[in-house]
Ligand binder design. Sequence first.
Ligand code: SF4
Ligand code: SF4
Ligand code: SF4
Length: 842
Amino acid sequence: MDQAEKITWLKQNTVLESLSDETVGAIAAAIQEESVQENRRLVLEDTIPPAVYILQAGRVESYRTSQTGVATATSLLPGAIVYLKELLINAAAEDTTITLSDCVVWEIPRAEFLALTQQYPEISQTFSRSLATELELVSAQLAFERERQSALRPYVVPKVRRGIVGTSRYAVRIRQEIKKASGDRQSVLIFGEPGLEKDNTAALIHFGSDDRKEPMIQVNCNTLQPNGSELFGRGNKLGLLDWIGRGTILLNNLEAIPVELEEKLAQLLATGEFTPIDREGTTPTPRPCEARIMMTSEKILPRLERGKLVGHTIKIPPLRVRKADIQAQIEYYLSLLCRSRGIPKPKITPEALRRLQGYDFPGNAIELQSLIARALTQSDGAAELTEEVFWSASLKNRRFRINLLNAYPKLRQFLRSPWYPDRLNYGFTLGFFAVVVAVLMWGPQTRDRNVALNFFWAWWWMLMLAAFPFVGRLWCAVCPFMIYGELAQKFSLWIYPRKLQPWPRQEAEKWGGWFIFGMFALILLWEELWNLENVAYLSGCLLLLITAGAVIFSLLFERRFWCRYLCPIGGMNGLFAKLSMVELRAQQGICSASCTTYQCYKGGPQKGEGLETGGCPVYSHPAQLQDNKDCVLCMTCLKACPHRSVELNFRPPGIELWTTHKPSYAEISLLFLLFGAVFLHRLPEIEQQFGLNLQLDNSGIHAGVSVLALLIPSAIALVAHALIRLFNAKPRPFLELAYGYLPIVLGSSLAHYLRLGLTEAGRVIPVTIATFGADTQNLSLPIAVADPAVIAFLQGVAFIFSFWLSVFLTQKIARQPIWNLLPQHVAMAAIGSMLWVITVGW
Ligand code: SF4
Ligand code: SF4
Ligand code: SF4
């Protein structure tokens, strides 16, 4: 190429066109042509460029490496002049330049180029002007970008929160639809119930598409002004549709969009144009919209549907129809939460999983997530999440309750005070129990001379049974067995500090009930065959045996494992407590909305009005209690709760049995064992009333007859149920119906102990004096003994009342016509009549 051709080429292909011919000629004269092979570096960034380069043929790329982000690269074509600015301002190279192909490069060495700029000031002036214009352009762009960022910032969706997990056909379909929508720029409508994270589905589409580098914003339609100026702009003021450019705008909750905007939205979807809001005196013209429109809604909008205005419509099914995915979702949420909290991921027990799979999740995925988050917080780093820590805010049947703590503030004050139950327990019961056991072991051995024996059999049993319908399992709050268990636990931890074993819950849930049944059966036989009622030291041994269980298991396991799963007296208390007219519960709304500490369950230091406690001793959460058997009424949760959520409710007695109850075979076995115990306690009366000779003097026969006596009620009940199955097309399972016998079991047991209580409890003064060796025969001491007719009357009332309650309860549980359940009612009448004969007499 000769000199003239070089000048023409430079003027036609480079930015040197604005220079005079003379100056361009001088530049052309200074050019040294060089052929450079592909992939050769011309200049390294941050070094002083040795020359100005003009790309005459080929392709080069200039780029800057970055330590913190992606490298930025620019591809340059023939005509590009590189490092002109650096040489003019004497700076190091901003970019590295390499050849992408074999190139012809014109070089003007640094010294010669600087000499030219001296000789031709036009070069510096022209490029200073051009640099100034460039700078102005860049700062205008920067200002626009800054304004754009600040307009979009409140609405920006930074990333996808989570994916779609699961293998159900629904999950597969949603994933396919997301993929399809990511492949183009058509509008998208995602609809489904609340709580399904539809906005996250929209984000999955945006960030899975080629537009992922563009911004995505989310606008809630219920916050839009009726004129829509935020979206469409007003006069010269830009709206979000302008600012977003080629990004994605998500209109959330479309069903709440102001009606005035429906038409404008329909226009936008149909034509891809929108009209800004006019200022007075102006007539705005429609503007093209580059943005991609996505919408979420809880329902299909007829207007959009009719006009076929939406490119993709995706329906997200509710969680209750995707039960197959629940396990995968739980695992997924658990992983996300554990990672964000930096804790190891716990396992979820099969029982907890079943419980979650059986729940309908009206709040959908959001509810599942908050349930898991709550469970994680509540479990406090446990290796397993058991069903106790999963509780929802929508359990049914919270009706017909009066909170006694609101009605009687003094009661609340007392139950939160140190008097209940600690001062009572450690100030009185602890010592009193020791005296009772000592008197049983070393005092006179018969009931008419031993006040402890009198107290145990005549007072305690009668009062306990009579109290169940009123106060449920209250005994367990003041029980001496467990006071010794707690004391042993504290003392052993003081002597030998260690971490006690966590509860083997799965095994305990499975076998605990049968352990209680077995223990109770053995105690009943022991009581009958060794005449415990009238042998003081054996009664003392019985009390010590239960205390030993409480102590041993308190030394091994955390809190009160014995009370929750193994104690035979606790098993009976739990069973009869179901009939109670009081219950302790928490307000699930408050717990799920306001609580993050779950101090009632976990314990912890004082917080607000919540006192310092060690948490529920039987690992129950008051908000998820559905059965009185799981609460020992210790009021720890009432003291610990900072949100006043815990309630002590007055309720219809036994209501849980026909609402929230979960039956168990071990429990109904215990129920019939307690029923049979009334027959067992009345063997002499059976002989007498039915004219039998059972040869009870022979201990082998006595044991056999005792076992048979225990089996009488269950045998009759099973025959009755066989008849129900025969004549009822849709019989309810025996497991459920058996709880209908519960009132009559309690009534019969009470009737049995009424005789002992009302004839012997009133003799407490002479018996006390006799205990200490005094002869009371010649003393005239006050006694109170009920007339046999009064006792018979009260026993009769207990039988009749409890029988009708049993009939009522059976009907409530079964919810079937009375004729369908007649065999069970007749069975209850038959067993009740037999017991009447042997307890009250003819
Ligand atoms: S469960 Fe047993 S040991 Fe525990 S408090 Fe109740 S009666 Fe006492
Ligand atoms: S009862 Fe109180 S402490 Fe327990 S979860 Fe509810 S609000 Fe929290
Ligand atoms: S739920 Fe409350 S009252 Fe019941 S046992 Fe637990 S802490 Fe005690």
